[in-house]
Design a protein around this ligand. Structure first.
Ligand SMILES: Cc1cc2nc3c(=O)[nH]c(=O)nc-3n(C[C@H](O)[C@H](O)[C@H](O)COP(=O)(O)OP(=O)(O)OC[C@H]3O[C@@H](n4cnc5c(N)ncnc54)[C@H](O)[C@@H]3O)c2cc1C
Length: 172
């Protein structure tokens, strides 16, 4: 099956035809995802907790490194909602609770790639401090998470994909 084509046999409960409504709902309520209790229970296995942490931080920082330099309002709202949902759904419950306190103190900064990346580095350092780990030098953050994903070449493609998606939405 071609990439991006939904399998007609795939039964799910999401009405994809409403995805623009879903986007609107998320972007206009991004702040509402903040706070509230962690959803997962305590994660007792320290090895799993550390492996999960390393993988999650990698995803977290790379998301910021690939976020647009000049995001639209909708993109910034999406990132804000994502960060709050990441915190509430993080699979280590005690980590999520602790991270929620950090987010209360240092609300997410989503106005550009550089502010988001600097903020992400800062909150990771807050976790590092509480775990007595070394503090990371945030002045290196841009280079450190530069994934070498040929970003500039992809930017037009991303825009085209978004436009194609919007056009498809408009016709459904
Ligand atoms: C949201 C969240 C909350 C967590 N809360 C807890 C908790 O409450 N208790 C607990 O025991 N564990 C928690 N963890 C896991 C913990 O942060 C570590 O991931 C885990 O202990 C493994 O640590 P590590 O020394 O391998 O490096 P990690 O902290 O996992 O970092 C991985 C790599 O990222 C780089 N790095 C380090 N600091 C930064 C920074 N500031 N910015 C960018 N890159 C950096 C370094 O190269 C490092 O090797 C949490 C993880 C996450 C994602």
């Amino acid at each position: 099956m071609a990439q991006g084509t939904r399998d007609p046999n795939y039964a799910d409960s999401i009405n994809y035809g409403k995805s623009q409504e879903l986007t609107n709902m998320i972007t206009s309520n991004a702040h509402a995802f903040a706070g509230g209790p962690a959803i997962a229970s305590k994660l007792g296995n320290e090895t799993v907790k550390a492996e999960l942490g390393r993988a999650a931080w990698k995803l977290f920082h790379t998301t910021f490194a690939r976020f647009p330099d000049k995001p639209t309002k909708e993109e910034s709202s999406m990132l804000l909602a994502y960060i709050h949902l990441f915190q509430r759904l993080y699979p280590c419950g005690e980590c999520a609770t602790h991270f929620g306190e950090i987010l209360d103190q240092y609300p997410p900064q989503v106005s550009s790639r550089s502010t988001a990346a600097a903020w992400g580095c800062h909150v990771h350092n807050e976790v590092n401090k509480s775990l007595m780990k070394p503090i990371f030098d945030c002045s290196d953050i841009g280079d450190f998470y530069d994934c070498g994903c040929a970003e500039d070449a992809d930017e037009n493609e991303t825009t085209t994909t978004a436009k194609t998606h919007a056009a498809r939405e408009a016709t459904t």
